[in-house]
Design a protein around this ligand. Structure first.
Ligand code: FES
Length: 59
């Protein structure tokens, strides 16, 4: 499933980027040498980052 249609980034790709560069949403896009275009996906990427941080903190 695509999270970012503009850059053709799937949920799996976003999760991989978060695992490697969990700093912020910009780092996720830079991981794939792209940047937000329309910006619709940014909230979802931020939410995925938040969930990853919470999961890591709970571990
Ligand atoms: S859907 Fe990601 S920038 Fe447009």
């Amino acid at each position: 499933m695509y999270v970012c249609n503009c850059n053709a980034l799937t949920e799996k790709q976003i999760r991989e980027a978060i695992a490697k560069r969990p700093r912020d949403a910009d780092a996720v896009y830079r991981y794939y040498d792209c940047q937000p275009q329309c910006g619709r996906c940014v909230c979802e990427v931020r939410e995925m980052l938040k969930q990853a941080r919470e999961a890591k903190a709970a571990a």
